[in-house]
Write a protein that binds this ligand. Structure first.
Ligand SMILES: [Zn+2]
Ligand SMILES: [Zn+2]
Length: 390
């Protein structure tokens, strides 16, 4: 892969920066050091900076020429609460925290793109470099949206990028349609009337109702959801009674789990059907059921127009190593909140082979520095093509 000279010259700096971020991981909404480094480097590059959006979020805005189109590029900055086990010179210096998802790399890539674009200025329009806190389940994207991200920094399109082990570092996957699943939680409480285990007819047994409910739960995916649409419903927690009191039928049974889908329709269906099954089962046994469904993260579904633009840029940079077929992930990414505000596209940048089998969220995982050049080149090419001077 041929990289522009200015970018090649910046690679040693970006590599050192990436490793410094790796050595100093910070959890969601605690990215004080990281966001200060980001904001300082953006300012040094002559880019207008807004700090503290959505807590520790940072937005850099670079406007060149008189082009009216405006796009947002997203990097996440947070690390995970887990120990780093692999030995490396830039190993985490904070016990129990590590960059096991490569967000240190995402941050370095987007800073590399900002530095390059601020120097070369070869476009006409506005780029918002969005550095997001708390992607790993703490709701950073939503906080930025609630803080007025898209009112203050309107975007005609928004793009996200994640590293992907298993793809070569000079490889990228850009695919239209679903990329990541929705990730929601649900809870059902069956409320009966507790009684002596020997005299069930004097109470209303919620445990039998729970058994019926759990046995029927998979019929939602098996019999209600379109067989061509992926969906997952899992019960992951059941709490009832007391193992020290085996002659007591309890008053309540609490059940909880997760639900995943790739389309808003199936997501709605899962929410409705789990609740319907719970209330139907309760009615069948003459007890009550409480139901709650917490919508945590929507699915990430790539928009056709912004995907076409990302495909063009990725084709320019990666040539025949651009993959246009790649399976979606059952994980979630709250980039979905950004893609709900502007047409969005989420791309996968190769991270090379999984070293010793270490994948995302493994204690030995590491972002591959060989991906920095290709990743920065993708961002800069996307901007130069999307915001080409007329
Ligand atoms: Zn992650
Ligand atoms: Zn991640």
């Amino acid at each position: 892969m041929r990289l522009p000279e200015i970018l090649t010259a910046d690679l040693p700096f970006l590599t050192a920066l990436r490793r410094d971020l790796h050595a100093h991981p910070e959890l969601g909404f605690e990215e004080e050091r990281t966001s200060a480094i980001v904001a300082d480097l953006l300012e040094k590059a002559g880019i207008a900076v807004t700090r503290g959006l959505g807590g520790t979020g940072v937005v850099g805005t670079l406007q060149i020429g008189n082009g009216t189109r405006s796009i947002g590029l997203r990097a996440d900055m947070d690390a995970l609460a887990m120990p780093e086990t692999a030995e490396r010179s830039y190993k985490s210096t904070v016990s129990g925290k590590m960059h096991a998802c490569g967000h240190d790399g995402h941050t370095a890539l987007l800073l590399g793109a900002a530095r390059y674009l601020a120097e070369t200025r070869n476009f006409s329009g506005t780029v918002h470099f969005i550095f997001q806190p708390a992607e790993e389940g703490r709701g950073g994207a939503r906080r930025m949206v609630e803080d007025g991200l898209f009112e203050r920094f309107p975007c005609d399109a928004v793009y996200g990028l994640h590293n992907m082990p298993g793809l070569d570092t000079d490889e990228m996957a850009v695919v239209a349609g679903p990329q990541l699943a929705s990730s929601d939680s649900w809870r059902v409480t069956f409320r009966g009337t507790g009684t002596h285990g020997a005299k069930p007819h004097l109470g209303k047994d919620p445990i039998t109702a729970a058994g019926t409910f759990l046995a029927a739960l998979q019929t939602i995916v098996g019999r209600v959801v379109d067989p061509l649409q992926p969906a997952v419903v899992s019960a992951c927690s059941v709490q009832a009674g007391n193992p020290q009191a085996l002659n007591v039928i309890p008053d309540i049974v609490e059940i909880g789990g997760t639900a995943r889908a790739y389309s808003p329709e199936v997501r709605n269906q899962l929410e409705n059907e789990i609740g319907r099954l719970a209330s139907g089962t309760a009615a069948m046994y003459g007890i009550a059921a409480d139901y709650g469904f917490e919508r945590r993260i929507p699915p990430v579904v790539n928009d056709a127009d912004s995907t076409a633009r990302a495909l063009k840029a990725a084709g320019t940079v990666f040539g025949d190593k651009l993959r246009t077929v790649f399976p979606p992930s059952t994980a979630g990414d709250d980039f979905a909140y950004f893609a709900g505000e502007a047409p969005g596209c989420y791309v996968w940048l190769g991270n090379g082979p999984a070293v010793d089998g270490a994948l995302h969220h493994n204690t030995a995982y590491d972002f591959n520095d060989a991906a920095i050049g290709p990743g920065v080149a993708f961002w800069t090419t996307l901007v130069e093509q999307e915001l080409a001077p007329v």
